[in-house]
Design a protein around this ligand. Structure first.
Ligand code: SF4
Length: 290
């Protein structure tokens, strides 16, 4: 006789196996530490920091209410499992979507990656060549920098964030998504937001900010201010690709991230000045085959 608890554990293990199967050598994750995978190169704070060298983030010990909870499996809630299933369903719909012309040029759809119950949702523009090839958002140099930006305020796609884009298919030649393409794809993002229920949204780059805020105002004016999308506080900042092109933008981007961290701490009552000590769930890539 299989108990309800056993069923829950089996479901959790299947979820972990999903994440393990989609694990990539360049992407360390919580699953790696549980299955003796060699992929354990979790970036250090020094490596992950993007702030100017004259100012370093505070690294006081975390004092979160969750820090006493040491059981990984006890953190995987029924809600977490429900979210995981719902996100997989959306990924399947995206995989066969032909609502806009972008379906014709894609190699893979890119639904998103992260944990099923994130504190933060990061929204970018759309897949580039690397993302299209891998079916995963924010890979390559811009993705690595995004991970460093998030790590600087103790956020990660592996523990407490979900990363998605305005459009789920690659625009040709990395052009901006057209308004009708963004409109056609919006219901997928909105459905993801309805499931994820993030505490905060970080919109990276002009395209994400303008689409979500329904404005033509430039990113230089939008960045660093809080707005709302579907009732969720949203902060626009620069896209990591812009930071790679222009080092001078790193200072204002770091100011934005500190503002974002402060609001997150106010909302959650948690400290993000030091690494979070618990994992809420395994990171999962919502690929076509899920
Ligand atoms: S970009 Fe979005 S709406 Fe367009 S084909 Fe891809 S999934 Fe469908």
């Amino acid at each position: 006789m299989i108990s309800e608890k056993d069923l829950g554990n089996i479901s959790s293990l299947v979820s972990l196996a999903d994440a393990y199967i989609t694990c990539r050598p360049e992407m360390p994750c919580i699953v790696s530490t549980m299955f003796n995978c060699e992929n354990q190169a979790i970036p250090t704070m020094e490596e992950s920091s993007i702030e100017p060298t004259t100012e370093t983030p505070v690294t006081a010990a975390a004092t979160t209410p969750e820090s006493e909870n040491t059981s990984f499996f006890s953190n995987i809630s029924e809600q977490n499992q429900n979210n995981h299933s719902a996100l997989q369903n959306i990924a399947r719909k995206i995989a066969i979507c032909d609502r806009c012309r972008l379906c014709g040029g894609r190699t893979n759809t890119v639904p998103g990656i992260g944990v099923p119950e994130p504190l933060v949702l990061v929204i970018g523009e759309g897949p580039g060549a690397d993302e299209d090839a891998k079916g995963e958002p924010f890979v390559g140099k811009a993705g690595q920098l995004l991970d460093k930006m998030l790590a600087a305020i103790n956020l990660s796609r592996h523990t407490n964030c979900f990363i998605a884009n305005i459009v789920k298919c690659r625009p040709p030649n990395n052009r901006d998504p057209m308004p009708d393409e963004a409109d056609a794809c919006r219901s997928f993002l909105d459905a993801q937001i309805g499931i994820l229920k993030p505490k905060l949204i970080l919109a990276v780059g002009r395209i994400a900010a303008q689409n979500l805020l329904n404005t033509t105002t430039g990113i230089n004016k939008l960045r660093g201010q809080f707005f709302e999308y579907r009732g969720i506080p949203l902060l626009p900042t620069y896209h990591p690709s812009a930071l790679l092109r222009n080092e001078d933008l790193k200072r204002p981007a770091w100011e934005d991230l500190k503002k974002f961290r402060t609001r997150l701490e106010e909302i959650t009552g948690l400290s993000f000045s030091a690494p979070q000590q618990t994992q809420s769930s395994a990171n999962t890539q919502y690929r076509n085959e899920n």
